[in-house]
Design a protein around this ligand. Sequence first.
Ligand code: 13P
Ligand code: SF4
Length: 316
Amino acid sequence: MAVKTPDNDKLIKEIEELKEKRGAVIMAHYYQAPEIQDIADHIGDSLALARIAATLDNPVIVMCGVHFMAETAKILCPDKIVLEPDSNAGCSLADSCPPEEFRKFVEAHPGYTVVSYVNTTAGVKALTDVVVTSGNAKQIVDTFPKDEKIIFGPDKNLGTYINNMTGRSMLLWNGGCHVHEQFSLDKILELKKQYPEAKILVHPECKKPLQLIADKVGSTAVLLKYACESDAGTFIVVTESGILHEMQKKCPGKHFIPAPPEEAGCACNECGYMKLNTLEKLRDCLRDMKPQIEVDEEVAAKARKPIERMLELSAK
Ligand code: 13P
Ligand code: SF4
Protein backbone atom coordinates (compact mmCIF):
# COMPACT_ATOMS: atom_id res chain seq x y z
CA MET A 1 0.00 0.00 0.00
CA ALA A 2 1.13 3.59 -0.60
CA VAL A 3 2.92 5.08 2.39
CA LYS A 4 1.14 8.25 3.52
CA THR A 5 3.47 10.79 5.10
CA PRO A 6 3.24 14.57 5.59
CA ASP A 7 5.94 14.92 2.87
CA ASN A 8 3.92 12.81 0.45
CA ASP A 9 0.80 14.85 1.21
CA LYS A 10 2.63 18.07 0.35
CA LEU A 11 4.04 16.58 -2.87
CA ILE A 12 0.65 15.20 -3.88
CA LYS A 13 -0.93 18.64 -3.41
CA GLU A 14 1.81 20.26 -5.52
CA ILE A 15 1.38 17.63 -8.24
CA GLU A 16 -2.40 18.12 -8.30
CA GLU A 17 -1.97 21.91 -8.62
CA LEU A 18 0.65 21.66 -11.36
CA LYS A 19 -1.42 19.07 -13.21
CA GLU A 20 -4.38 21.49 -13.23
CA LYS A 21 -2.20 24.41 -14.36
CA ARG A 22 -0.64 22.40 -17.22
CA GLY A 23 -3.85 20.66 -18.30
CA ALA A 24 -1.90 17.44 -17.86
CA VAL A 25 -2.97 13.85 -17.47
CA ILE A 26 -0.91 11.39 -15.41
CA MET A 27 -0.62 7.81 -16.66
CA ALA A 28 1.07 5.01 -14.75
CA HIS A 29 1.99 1.40 -15.42
CA TYR A 30 1.13 -1.28 -12.84
CA TYR A 31 4.84 -1.68 -11.96
CA GLN A 32 5.09 1.87 -10.63
CA ALA A 33 5.49 2.53 -6.90
CA PRO A 34 2.09 2.46 -5.12
CA GLU A 35 2.04 6.22 -4.42
CA ILE A 36 2.47 6.92 -8.16
CA GLN A 37 -0.25 4.47 -9.16
CA ASP A 38 -2.54 6.12 -6.59
CA ILE A 39 -2.07 9.64 -7.95
CA ALA A 40 -2.42 8.64 -11.64
CA ASP A 41 -5.53 9.44 -13.70
CA HIS A 42 -5.10 6.18 -15.62
CA ILE A 43 -3.25 3.01 -14.72
CA GLY A 44 -2.85 0.01 -16.97
CA ASP A 45 -0.75 -2.46 -18.89
CA SER A 46 1.19 -1.39 -21.99
CA LEU A 47 -1.83 -1.96 -24.22
CA ALA A 48 -4.21 0.12 -22.10
CA LEU A 49 -1.67 2.94 -21.79
CA ALA A 50 -1.24 3.09 -25.59
CA ARG A 51 -4.99 2.87 -26.18
CA ILE A 52 -5.80 5.62 -23.68
CA ALA A 53 -2.97 7.90 -24.90
CA ALA A 54 -4.45 7.77 -28.42
CA THR A 55 -7.79 9.16 -27.18
CA LEU A 56 -6.73 11.94 -24.78
CA ASP A 57 -7.56 15.64 -25.21
CA ASN A 58 -5.01 16.94 -22.68
CA PRO A 59 -2.12 18.99 -24.14
CA VAL A 60 0.35 17.33 -21.73
CA ILE A 61 0.78 13.63 -20.95
CA VAL A 62 3.02 12.49 -18.09
CA MET A 63 3.97 8.85 -18.60
CA CYS A 64 5.06 7.17 -15.38
CA GLY A 65 6.48 3.96 -16.75
CA VAL A 66 9.54 3.38 -18.88
CA HIS A 67 10.89 5.16 -21.93
CA PHE A 68 9.27 2.99 -24.62
CA MET A 69 5.83 3.69 -23.09
CA ALA A 70 6.40 7.46 -23.20
CA GLU A 71 7.81 7.15 -26.73
CA THR A 72 4.74 5.18 -27.86
CA ALA A 73 2.47 7.92 -26.44
CA LYS A 74 4.49 10.61 -28.27
CA ILE A 75 4.38 8.68 -31.56
CA LEU A 76 0.59 8.39 -31.23
CA CYS A 77 0.18 12.02 -30.11
CA PRO A 78 2.90 14.01 -31.94
CA ASP A 79 1.28 17.37 -31.18
CA LYS A 80 1.18 16.81 -27.43
CA ILE A 81 3.92 17.33 -24.90
CA VAL A 82 4.87 13.98 -23.41
CA LEU A 83 6.88 14.09 -20.19
CA GLU A 84 8.71 11.28 -18.41
CA PRO A 85 9.70 11.85 -14.77
CA ASP A 86 13.11 10.18 -15.22
CA SER A 87 14.72 9.92 -18.65
CA ASN A 88 16.93 7.03 -17.41
CA ALA A 89 13.89 4.77 -17.05
CA GLY A 90 14.86 2.38 -19.82
CA CYS A 91 14.08 -1.31 -20.38
CA SER A 92 16.54 -4.21 -20.60
CA LEU A 93 14.27 -5.96 -23.08
CA ALA A 94 14.14 -2.95 -25.44
CA ASP A 95 17.94 -2.66 -25.04
CA SER A 96 18.36 -6.31 -26.08
CA CYS A 97 17.27 -5.32 -29.60
CA PRO A 98 19.38 -2.49 -31.08
CA PRO A 99 17.67 -1.13 -34.24
CA GLU A 100 20.72 -1.56 -36.51
CA GLU A 101 21.14 -5.22 -35.49
CA PHE A 102 17.42 -5.83 -35.93
CA ARG A 103 17.54 -4.20 -39.39
CA LYS A 104 20.24 -6.70 -40.45
CA PHE A 105 18.14 -9.58 -39.12
CA VAL A 106 15.06 -8.37 -41.03
CA GLU A 107 17.06 -7.79 -44.23
CA ALA A 108 18.50 -11.30 -43.97
CA HIS A 109 14.95 -12.70 -44.12
CA PRO A 110 13.13 -11.16 -47.08
CA GLY A 111 9.47 -12.06 -47.38
CA TYR A 112 8.92 -12.24 -43.62
CA THR A 113 6.27 -10.21 -41.79
CA VAL A 114 7.79 -8.43 -38.80
CA VAL A 115 5.86 -8.54 -35.53
CA SER A 116 7.45 -6.59 -32.66
CA TYR A 117 6.63 -6.41 -29.00
CA VAL A 118 5.82 -2.89 -27.78
CA ASN A 119 8.90 -3.10 -25.48
CA THR A 120 11.12 -1.76 -28.28
CA THR A 121 12.65 1.52 -29.38
CA ALA A 122 10.98 3.69 -32.01
CA GLY A 123 13.80 2.61 -34.36
CA VAL A 124 12.74 -1.06 -34.10
CA LYS A 125 9.05 -0.19 -34.44
CA ALA A 126 9.93 1.68 -37.65
CA LEU A 127 11.17 -1.68 -39.09
CA THR A 128 7.98 -3.47 -38.01
CA ASP A 129 4.72 -4.44 -39.76
CA VAL A 130 2.64 -4.76 -36.62
CA VAL A 131 3.34 -4.06 -32.96
CA VAL A 132 1.87 -6.29 -30.23
CA THR A 133 1.74 -6.29 -26.45
CA SER A 134 1.55 -9.33 -24.21
CA GLY A 135 -2.17 -8.51 -23.92
CA ASN A 136 -2.94 -8.93 -27.63
CA ALA A 137 -0.02 -10.85 -29.21
CA LYS A 138 -1.93 -14.10 -29.72
CA GLN A 139 -5.01 -12.31 -31.07
CA ILE A 140 -2.91 -10.36 -33.59
CA VAL A 141 -0.68 -13.25 -34.70
CA ASP A 142 -3.88 -15.29 -35.23
CA THR A 143 -5.00 -12.77 -37.88
CA PHE A 144 -2.19 -13.97 -40.21
CA PRO A 145 -2.57 -17.06 -42.41
CA LYS A 146 -1.08 -20.19 -40.82
CA ASP A 147 1.72 -20.34 -43.40
CA GLU A 148 2.74 -16.65 -43.03
CA LYS A 149 6.49 -16.35 -42.50
CA ILE A 150 6.90 -14.22 -39.36
CA ILE A 151 9.81 -12.67 -37.49
CA PHE A 152 8.96 -12.02 -33.84
CA GLY A 153 11.10 -9.83 -31.60
CA PRO A 154 12.57 -9.08 -29.23
CA ASP A 155 11.29 -11.26 -26.35
CA LYS A 156 12.09 -14.93 -27.02
CA ASN A 157 9.97 -16.16 -24.09
CA LEU A 158 6.85 -14.32 -25.29
CA GLY A 159 7.64 -15.50 -28.83
CA THR A 160 7.93 -19.12 -27.63
CA TYR A 161 4.63 -18.79 -25.79
CA ILE A 162 2.86 -17.42 -28.89
CA ASN A 163 4.41 -20.15 -31.05
CA ASN A 164 3.03 -22.77 -28.62
CA MET A 165 -0.40 -21.14 -28.45
CA THR A 166 -0.80 -20.72 -32.20
CA GLY A 167 1.08 -23.80 -33.49
CA ARG A 168 3.47 -21.61 -35.48
CA SER A 169 7.22 -21.47 -35.76
CA MET A 170 7.88 -17.75 -35.91
CA LEU A 171 11.53 -16.84 -36.18
CA LEU A 172 12.52 -15.41 -32.77
CA TRP A 173 14.93 -12.64 -31.84
CA ASN A 174 16.99 -13.71 -28.84
CA GLY A 175 16.06 -10.95 -26.37
CA GLY A 176 14.78 -10.97 -22.81
CA CYS A 177 13.87 -9.02 -19.68
CA HIS A 178 16.31 -9.23 -16.76
CA VAL A 179 13.45 -9.19 -14.20
CA HIS A 180 11.29 -11.93 -15.71
CA GLU A 181 14.19 -14.17 -16.74
CA GLN A 182 15.48 -14.47 -13.16
CA PHE A 183 12.39 -16.15 -11.64
CA SER A 184 13.29 -19.68 -10.63
CA LEU A 185 11.06 -22.68 -11.23
CA ASP A 186 12.33 -24.41 -8.07
CA LYS A 187 11.44 -21.46 -5.84
CA ILE A 188 7.93 -21.22 -7.28
CA LEU A 189 7.43 -24.98 -6.85
CA GLU A 190 8.59 -24.71 -3.20
CA LEU A 191 6.07 -21.92 -2.66
CA LYS A 192 3.35 -24.00 -4.29
CA LYS A 193 4.07 -26.79 -1.76
CA GLN A 194 3.45 -24.31 1.06
CA TYR A 195 0.26 -22.99 -0.61
CA PRO A 196 -1.10 -25.94 -2.62
CA GLU A 197 -4.41 -24.15 -3.18
CA ALA A 198 -2.70 -21.11 -4.78
CA LYS A 199 -3.15 -20.29 -8.45
CA ILE A 200 0.07 -19.44 -10.28
CA LEU A 201 -0.05 -16.27 -12.41
CA VAL A 202 2.82 -15.88 -14.89
CA HIS A 203 3.83 -13.07 -17.25
CA PRO A 204 4.81 -14.44 -20.70
CA GLU A 205 8.23 -12.76 -20.46
CA CYS A 206 9.11 -15.57 -17.98
CA LYS A 207 10.88 -18.71 -19.23
CA LYS A 208 8.91 -21.62 -20.70
CA PRO A 209 9.05 -23.95 -17.62
CA LEU A 210 7.25 -21.26 -15.63
CA GLN A 211 4.71 -20.74 -18.39
CA LEU A 212 4.02 -24.50 -18.30
CA ILE A 213 3.14 -24.61 -14.57
CA ALA A 214 0.95 -21.48 -14.75
CA ASP A 215 -2.79 -21.46 -14.16
CA LYS A 216 -2.84 -18.23 -16.17
CA VAL A 217 -0.27 -16.66 -18.48
CA GLY A 218 -0.88 -13.08 -19.54
CA SER A 219 -0.11 -9.38 -19.44
CA THR A 220 -0.36 -7.53 -16.15
CA ALA A 221 -3.97 -6.52 -16.96
CA VAL A 222 -4.89 -10.10 -17.93
CA LEU A 223 -3.42 -11.48 -14.67
CA LEU A 224 -5.25 -8.83 -12.65
CA LYS A 225 -8.57 -9.64 -14.32
CA TYR A 226 -8.04 -13.39 -13.78
CA ALA A 227 -7.29 -12.85 -10.07
CA CYS A 228 -10.41 -10.69 -9.62
CA GLU A 229 -12.71 -13.13 -11.41
CA SER A 230 -11.25 -16.37 -9.99
CA ASP A 231 -12.95 -18.26 -7.14
CA ALA A 232 -9.49 -18.91 -5.68
CA GLY A 233 -8.32 -16.90 -2.67
CA THR A 234 -4.52 -17.25 -2.98
CA PHE A 235 -2.24 -16.39 -5.90
CA ILE A 236 1.49 -16.70 -6.54
CA VAL A 237 2.31 -13.75 -8.79
CA VAL A 238 5.26 -14.34 -11.12
CA THR A 239 5.92 -10.90 -12.53
CA GLU A 240 7.25 -7.56 -11.29
CA SER A 241 5.91 -7.08 -7.78
CA GLY A 242 4.40 -3.62 -8.43
CA ILE A 243 1.25 -5.27 -9.79
CA LEU A 244 0.43 -6.56 -6.30
CA HIS A 245 -0.68 -3.07 -5.27
CA GLU A 246 -3.60 -2.98 -7.70
CA MET A 247 -4.39 -6.69 -7.14
CA GLN A 248 -4.66 -6.09 -3.41
CA LYS A 249 -6.74 -2.93 -3.93
CA LYS A 250 -9.16 -4.60 -6.35
CA CYS A 251 -9.42 -7.85 -4.33
CA PRO A 252 -8.94 -6.91 -0.66
CA GLY A 253 -10.03 -10.32 0.65
CA LYS A 254 -7.53 -12.29 -1.42
CA HIS A 255 -3.93 -13.24 -0.67
CA PHE A 256 -1.27 -12.33 -3.23
CA ILE A 257 2.23 -13.75 -2.84
CA PRO A 258 5.02 -12.16 -4.91
CA ALA A 259 7.30 -14.69 -6.59
CA PRO A 260 10.55 -14.61 -4.60
CA PRO A 261 13.69 -13.15 -6.16
CA GLU A 262 16.33 -15.64 -7.25
CA GLU A 263 18.64 -14.66 -4.39
CA ALA A 264 17.26 -14.00 -0.92
CA GLY A 265 17.49 -10.33 -0.03
CA CYS A 266 17.94 -8.96 -3.56
CA ALA A 267 15.23 -6.85 -5.16
CA CYS A 268 15.49 -8.71 -8.47
CA ASN A 269 11.72 -9.17 -8.69
CA GLU A 270 11.46 -5.37 -9.03
CA CYS A 271 12.18 -3.47 -12.23
CA GLY A 272 14.79 -0.89 -11.22
CA TYR A 273 13.91 1.19 -14.29
CA MET A 274 10.24 1.41 -13.36
CA LYS A 275 11.15 2.29 -9.78
CA LEU A 276 13.31 5.27 -10.85
CA ASN A 277 10.15 7.36 -10.96
CA THR A 278 9.25 9.06 -7.68
CA LEU A 279 6.68 11.63 -6.54
CA GLU A 280 9.47 14.24 -6.39
CA LYS A 281 10.46 13.60 -10.01
CA LEU A 282 6.80 13.63 -11.05
CA ARG A 283 6.37 17.04 -9.38
CA ASP A 284 9.59 18.35 -10.92
CA CYS A 285 8.73 17.30 -14.47
CA LEU A 286 5.35 19.04 -14.26
CA ARG A 287 6.99 22.14 -12.77
CA ASP A 288 9.90 22.32 -15.25
CA MET A 289 8.09 20.75 -18.23
CA LYS A 290 11.04 18.39 -18.78
CA PRO A 291 12.30 15.83 -19.65
CA GLN A 292 10.13 15.93 -22.79
CA ILE A 293 10.07 13.05 -25.26
CA GLU A 294 11.25 13.84 -28.77
CA VAL A 295 11.14 11.30 -31.60
CA ASP A 296 12.71 11.96 -34.99
CA GLU A 297 9.79 12.79 -37.34
CA GLU A 298 10.74 10.32 -40.04
CA VAL A 299 11.20 7.47 -37.54
CA ALA A 300 7.96 8.41 -35.76
CA ALA A 301 5.99 8.39 -39.04
CA LYS A 302 7.26 4.85 -39.79
CA ALA A 303 6.73 3.64 -36.21
CA ARG A 304 3.16 5.04 -36.01
CA LYS A 305 1.79 2.71 -38.70
CA PRO A 306 2.47 -0.62 -36.91
CA ILE A 307 1.25 0.81 -33.58
CA GLU A 308 -2.00 2.03 -35.17
CA ARG A 309 -2.35 -1.32 -36.91
CA MET A 310 -2.10 -3.00 -33.50
CA LEU A 311 -4.80 -0.73 -32.07
CA GLU A 312 -7.09 -1.47 -35.04
CA LEU A 313 -6.50 -5.25 -34.92
CA SER A 314 -7.11 -5.48 -31.19
CA ALA A 315 -9.99 -2.99 -30.93
CA LYS A 316 -12.55 -4.30 -28.47
P1 13P B 1 2.41 -5.46 -19.67
O1 13P B 1 2.06 -5.01 -21.03
O2 13P B 1 1.93 -6.84 -19.34
O3 13P B 1 1.95 -4.47 -18.66
O4 13P B 1 3.99 -5.61 -19.57
C1 13P B 1 4.89 -4.56 -19.68
C2 13P B 1 6.21 -4.95 -19.24
O5 13P B 1 7.14 -4.19 -19.34
C3 13P B 1 6.41 -6.27 -18.72
O6 13P B 1 7.69 -6.41 -18.23
FE1 SF4 C 1 11.46 -3.77 -19.39
FE2 SF4 C 1 11.54 -5.93 -17.87
FE3 SF4 C 1 11.24 -3.56 -16.73
FE4 SF4 C 1 9.22 -4.65 -18.17
S1 SF4 C 1 10.09 -5.41 -16.26
S2 SF4 C 1 9.95 -2.53 -18.28
S3 SF4 C 1 10.39 -5.70 -19.78
S4 SF4 C 1 13.04 -4.26 -17.89
